[in-house]
Design a binder for this molecule. Structure first.
Ligand code: AMP
Ligand code: MG
Length: 496
């Protein structure tokens, strides 16, 4: 059967993964779905990818984004990878419910993957059905777009489709397919798969590919694979410092969910924290709190150590020597993270220079927030009001004023060391401290309407708000406020 139709919209596919990495995937086809509907299409991203949005926001596009038609030039494939899941090693994971359609070069010259997620079983599905429920598809769409608007490196959503079929989880749920765009889908787990099998020629092939695609500077180093490791550590430290600075909790930082590119990937049981509390966990499956907010930097370093292990034979023929230099490198990760983190936090506080006790200044604020049950996002946002002379909005975030007032005095003392106009600082702070994040109750409201009532209006409104997170807009107060305290703590479910 010829699934290529000449009337389908064109993608200028250039499929390097399929061309260069034989043995790292299986060519595969999506399952056909009964009655697909295109619920959401990302025109901005289509433009960025050099695609014809109008041609794709159509029946022909629906056929592609549901997996029912293979566009010309696509070479659908399922990638193989392994991964440490909650600390335990799974030697064989892989795209169990996803297919890489192919790669395009975007208008900025960047190579981007276009992937279907929820497109049916593959050889890597294990006991899964290869499908996604619609709720998690829309969730990944929303959070990815929010992260992008917040300036965080992330995979993005090009389209969300409902399949017209049901998937069976704890209950029967409407199915969906997400079209996901990423810098690539290479993960720490991609390397672990071949390293665990002692196939180091494959590890090397993957590393060479990853260097060329994501870390080209490493190729020029004396030891390219060590430089590659260092470069991945850099982008991951930058990424996680960014997450931490906006209260984002990924929820499932398994090594198969850690990208080589430094993008956030796999929005499953993720959420933004409301009141600051480092132990916050939302994921229903993370019963031990392994991936709690405050653990994320340490887990990032742990995950990077797993990549380092996979690279040992590449870094030096002498294993002891390789272990020594990689260990030395991995030991620098926490300090590098702290440096990136404090730089971000300084900017959030309106500081332009570095002083020795800035870490203490930040920690004191966080302690006051924890004790005062203060909303993470709104506290930072309302500091710019305090900068402009009105401390009431930030004080209003706290139960009890003593902690925040003591801290505000200290902060003002620190600000006095720099000669910058308050309005200049406040305006800069408003560019880094968002007012709108995808509040958990708003996300749930939007998904419930979309899934239960096929009403996308709440989703659309929320998407508009979170796509412009730094500019306060009159009439959107409802989107800025945290939910009223719930009888039960908020939980997210991985059941995608
Ligand atoms: P995740 O927790 O979403 O990162 O997925 C971990 C692994 O489980 C990956 O190999 C997925 O492809 C696989 N997986 C998750 N859900 C399904 C499903 N419904 N069917 C088949 N494989 C799945
Ligand atoms: Mg995953």
């Amino acid at each position: 059967m010829d699934t290529h139709s000449p009337t389908l919209p064109e993608f200028a596919f250039d499929n390097s993964f399929s061309r260069d990495l034989e043995g790292c995937f299986v060519a595969w086809q999506a399952e056909v779905t009964a009655a697909p509907k295109l619920l959401q299409f990302n025109f901005d991203l289509a433009d960025e990818l050099g695609l014809d949005g109008n041609a794709l926001n159509s029946e022909a596009g629906t056929a592609i984004f549901s997996g029912n038609q293979v566009p010309a030039g696509a070479e659908p494939l399922a990638q193989v990878y392994a991964g440490h899941q909650f600390g335990g090693f799974s030697p064989q994971l892989g795209d169990g419910r996803a297919l890489l359609l192919g790669e395009v070069i975007d208008i900025n010259g960047q190579r981007r993957d276009i992937q279907l997620k929820g497109s049916g079983r593959t050889p890597y599905s294990r006991s899964g059905d290869g499908k996604s429920a619609l709720g998690p598809v829309l969730r990944e769409y929303l959070i990815g777009e929010a992260m992008h608007a917040l300036g965080v490196p992330t995979t993005r959503a090009l389209a969300a489709v409902s399949t017209g079929e049901h998937v069976h989880r704890e209950t029967s749920l409407p199915g969906g397919v997400l079209t996901r765009v990423s810098a690539s889908h290479l993960r720490v787990g991609s390397f672990q798969y071949f390293a665990a099998r002692q196939e180091f020629d494959k590890v090397r092939q993957l590393a060479d590919y990853a260097i060329a695609r994501h870390h080209p500077e490493a190729a020029k180093a004396d030891n390219p694979y060590l430089a590659f490791m260092l470069s991945v550590a850099e982008v991951q430290a930058r990424l996680v410092s960014h997450w931490m600075s906006i209260g984002f909790i990924h929820g499932v930082m398994n090594t198969d969910n850690v990208t080589i590119s430094g993008e956030t990937i796999d929005y499953g049981p993720c959420a933004f924290m409301d009141a600051y509390s480092p132990g916050t966990v939302f994921s229903s499956i993370d019963t031990q709190g392994r991936y709690a907010y405050g653990n994320q930097p340490a887990i990032m370093a742990w995950n990077l150590a797993r990549l380092a292990e996979a690279l040992i034979p590449l870094v030096d023929e002498d294993r002891d020597k390789a272990v020594e230099v990689l260990t030395e490198m991995i030991n620098t990760v926490p300090d590098d993270y702290e440096e990136k983190s404090i730089a971000r936090m300084r900017a959030k506080l309106g500081l332009a220079t570095a002083a020795d006790d800035d870490v203490e200044l930040v920690n004191e604020l966080l302690t006051a927030m924890e004790q005062g049950n203060a909303d993470f996002t709104m506290t930072f946002r309302r500091l710019s009001d305090a900068m402009r002379g009105n401390a009431i909005p930030v004080q209003g975030q706290f139960d009890g004023l003593q902690g925040i007032n003591t801290w505000l005095d200290r902060w003002r003392g620190r600000l006095a060391q720099e000669d910058i106009a308050p309005e200049t600082r406040a305006a800069q702070m408003d560019q880094i401290n968002p007012i709108y994040i995808p509040r958990n109750h708003k996300v749930e409201e939007a998904l419930a309407a979309a899934v239960d009532a096929e009403d996308m209006s709440a989703f659309s409104s929320l998407l508009t708000v979170i796509s412009n997170p730094f500019e306060e807009v009159a009439g959107q107060e409802d989107y800025a406020a945290p939910a009223a305290p719930a009888a039960f703590p908020y939980q997210t479910f991985c059941g995608t």
